[in-house]
Design a protein around this ligand. Structure first.
Ligand code: DAU
Length: 345
């Protein structure tokens, strides 16, 4: 909304467990912003929104995204990621291709993941857009299925689609079930830092605004029917991420005495070694060993380069969590969900 100030933006969100309307506080008073509480599986609602607001561009971010949850409860992943995507596609086809509101320059952009490509060994080349799909978890299988449906709606019906496959994001507003925010908030609460298996699994981390920037480039200049990999060229073993964050938080405590008052239970508050919280736990079933994105196509065709270095991005992220305790406390104790329930039921 900062960049395209004349554009109207309609956000549709079901506000399930990780959805949080407080994340939209900075745009809620903008006259071009509209929030709709609803479900992507509700086809009449999607059609109505597309027509009512004259929407010509649909960016599909909505997903169940946490791999651990897909292992204990895959149903929600099938419903949201597969049926939800299918429903959006059906609605878009009906309104943009078949109805009275045909929009030639429409775009359906699908936000996907590098996990659809499966896992790499330490020496395998990084995933390109031509790497065969080989999803290993119910989560990645559901995302792969949705990618295929998007592709099919382009090839069969002529819907103008693009898909981006991105590596692990991190940054502000990251729900504290994911590794990076979990580690930051657990350090502040003096809780164990759970490392799955041997902690040598590798992820390719990208600052969230660099992901948004990549999606913007695909929307502006991506070729219809194409997939674009978005990544940071920034591979880290999980254990190294955790020790890096521990050191960053310790350094903050050394220079900011206010933190010692706010988080008296943190080891860093009493100058103890935070890394002692690291606890090796049972591995995630089917845990992918390594992800790495080769973003050459996106770099060459669209001029994409991440703007944030990992050093600056992770330091900003740690700062954000230190400065936004009320956000993550309400997320972790669930009080934001009761507030949502009061407002939206
Ligand atoms: O690669 C992109 C994907 O990144 C996205 O498609 C997913 O939606 C997103 O959740 C993320 O998946 P990961 O499974 O890689 O992210 P997560 O933060 O859950 O875990 C990162 C790594 O850290 C992974 O190897 C598992 C490990 N881990 C995670 C948690 C939560 C731990 O060792 N301990 C933990 O407590």
């Amino acid at each position: 909304m900062d960049k395209y100030q004349a554009d109207k933006v309609v956000v549709l969100d079901a506000l399930t467990y990780a959805g949080n309307i407080a994340n939209l506080d900075n745009v809620k008073n903008n006259e071009n912003f509209i929030f709709v509480h609803g479900d992507i599986c509700d086809q009449p609602l999607i059609e109505e929104l597309l027509v009512e607001h004259g929407i010509d561009t649909l960016v599909h971010f909505a997903a169940e995204s946490h791999v651990d949850r897909s292992i204990t409860g895959p149903d929600a992943f099938i419903e949201t990621n597969i049926i939800g995507t299918y429903t959006l596609l059906k609605a878009a086809k009906k309104v943009w291709l078949d109805g009275d509101n045909v929009i030639d320059g429409h775009r359906f952009h699908h936000v996907s993941t590098d996990e659809v490509y499966g896992t790499l060994s330490a020496t395998d080349p990084a995933f390109t857009e031509d790497t065969a799909y080989a999803p290993n978890s119910p989560y990645s299988a559901s995302k792969a299925a949705s990618d295929h449906l998007v592709r099919a709606y382009h090839h069969t019906f002529g819907l103008n689609v693009t898909t981006s496959n991105c590596s692990n994001n991190y940054g502000p507003f990251h729900f504290p079930e994911k590794l990076i925010p979990l580690v930051i908030t657990n350090i502040l609460h003096d809780k164990e830092l759970p490392i799955y298996g041997d902690g040598q699994q590798i992820r390719d981390w990208l600052y969230v605004e660099d992901h948004a920037y990549g999606i913007d480039l695909v929307l502006q200049s991506g070729r219809i029917g194409e997939n674009y990999n978005i990544g940071g060229n920034n591979e880290w073993a999980n254990i190294d991420i955790v020790t890096t964050i521990s050191k960053l938080v310790e350094r903050e405590f050394e220079t900011n005495s206010d933190l010692v008052i706010r988080f008296p239970n943190a080891k860093a508050a009493i100058a103890q070694n935070t890394e002692s919280l690291i606890t090796y736990v049972k591995d995630r079933p089917g845990h992918d060993r390594r992800y790495a994105i080769d973003a050459t196509k996106t770099n060459d065709e669209l001029g994409y380069q991440p703007r944030e270095s990992f050093e600056s991005g992770i330091a900003k992220t740690v700062q954000w969590y230190l400065n936004n305790e009320s956000w993550w406390q309400s997320v972790m104790d669930g009080s934001y969900q009761s507030w949502i329930a009061e407002q939206y039921t």
